[in-house]
Design a protein around this ligand. Structure first.
Ligand SMILES: Cc1cc2nc3c(=O)[nH]c(=O)nc-3n(C[C@H](O)[C@H](O)[C@H](O)COP(=O)(O)O)c2cc1C
Length: 373
């Protein structure tokens, strides 16, 4: 496929996801149908300082043929320098984060803060695009405040500055996830622009993707991919793939293997993987089959991502284990998968079944991780 964002049509992009969108996770998503991927947000200033933590965010797997590095920055010179490094590392595009709502980012004048002053952003984008060795895309929200939406103006400014594509998350900074993404506004803005406008927010099923894609062409999926990385295949095939507990465990084991290959064997590898692997279950445990026949009508009224899903404890012990919200269960699952990550699921099944019979209980339900965009 073409790596030029201007040519993207009918694509479903994997969103930038801090802590979740790691190289091993993206590798899994590519195998499950993702064609365009993006790294976790990296601070341009830290990239330029040579911070190993930030440089790690520029790495991609060989299978990622269209890979973007997402940068947070507000100085064109810094962004250009960091993009040069990203290009040398093999990125095919660079995305400017203009949506991160987190205080630590916005207090430095970065992320969603850039939405507040469109003329300043216009100058930044013009200089960045002119000096960037890679095509520049941007990811924005409707605005900082709901009653002061700046997205329409910013989309125009971005196109005039030569930005190649724009992702619009259909919520303001202050809304966080409280309201459904506003696709009516995303569509209006897309209709006014000639560059691809990628719609983002609340896609959990293939039929929601189909409905939201109307008038837009491209979509970006974030939490939907963290909950079920096979969503890309579902969307491409236009049908629900209801994976059993064992089929899901096969994928989670593969993910553990990719973490091992990426971060290394042994204690050091496990210590590094431990920041990520149990964390993934904060999203994996939310998976529920949502066949169109039962759910499509409800999804048309309100996004399923925002809907409280049935929480009856399933009869199958493995299924109940995978739906557990308990952090102690997430840790125990990660431990078994890591231990058996060089082998097959049949090696891991006895330990998983034993865990399912007597799951630990910390009493700490996993909280929804805070978003960065
Ligand atoms: C755990 C998590 C981490 C995120 N990290 C980033 C990030 O690094 N950069 C970014 O632009 N957006 C980030 N986001 C926001 C998503 O990319 C996306 O815009 C948002 O979740 C809405 O899409 P969704 O409804 O499909 O989840 C993050 C979201 C989550 C849940």
């Amino acid at each position: 496929m073409s790596t030029d964002p201007r040519t993207w049509r009918n694509e479903t992009l994997l969103a930038p996801l801090t802590r979740g969108g790691t190289l091993p996770f993206r590798r899994l998503c590519v195998e499950l149908g993702a064609r365009i991927t993006c790294g976790e947000m990296a601070y341009a200033r830290e990239v330029n300082r040579g911070s190993p933590k930030e440089w790690a965010l520029l790495q991609h797997h060989d299978s990622e043929s269209c890979f973007g590095v997402q940068l947070a920055g507000s100085s064109a010179a810094r962004l250009i320098q960091a993009t040069q490094t990203a290009a040398e590392q093999g990125a095919t595009y660079v995305d400017l984060n203009c949506g991160c709502p987190i205080h630590d980012t916005t207090r430095r004048g970065l992320g969603a803060r850039l939405l507040q002053k469109p003329p300043k952003l216009a100058r930044l984008l013009q200089m960045f695009v002119d000096g960037s060795p890679l095509p520049v895309t941007i990811k924005i929200r409707l605005g900082w405040e709901t009653d002061q939406p700046t997205a329409r103006e910013i989309a125009r400014i971005a196109e005039e500055a030569g930005v190649s594509a724009l992702t619009l998350h259909g919520r303001s900074r202050n809304q966080r996830y409280s309201k459904p993404a506003d696709y009516a506004v995303i569509r209006e803005i897309a209709a006014e622009r000639s560059i691809p406008v990628i719609g983002n927010g609340d896609v959990l099923t293939w039929y929601e993707a189909e409905a939201r894609r109307e008038g837009l062409s491209n979509l970006m999926v974030a939490r939907g991919a963290l909950i079920k990385p096979w969503i890309f295949r579902e969307i491409a095939e236009g049908r629900e793939l209801c994976l059993t507990a064992t089929e899901r465990l096969e994928l989670y084991l593969r993910l553990a293997r990719y973490y091992r290959e990426h971060l290394g064997d042994g204690e050091r590898g496990q210590r590094r993987a431990w920041y990520f692997l149990p964390w993934h279950f904060k999203f994996f445990h939310r998976y529920r089959p949502l066949p169109a026949a039962d759910w499509a009508e409800r999804a048309a009224e309100y996004p399923l991502m925002q809907t409280r899903m049935p929480s009856d404890v399933p009869d199958d012990p493995l299924e109940a284990l995978l739906q557990s919200k308990d952090e102690a269960v997430h840790e125990a699952l990660a431990q078994i998968l890591w231990t058996h990550s060089a082998g097959t699921l049949s090696d891991a099944l006895p330990a998983l079944q034993a865990l399912a019979e007597a799951p630990p209980a910390s009493g700490h339900p996993a909280t929804e991780p805070s978003p960065a965009g």
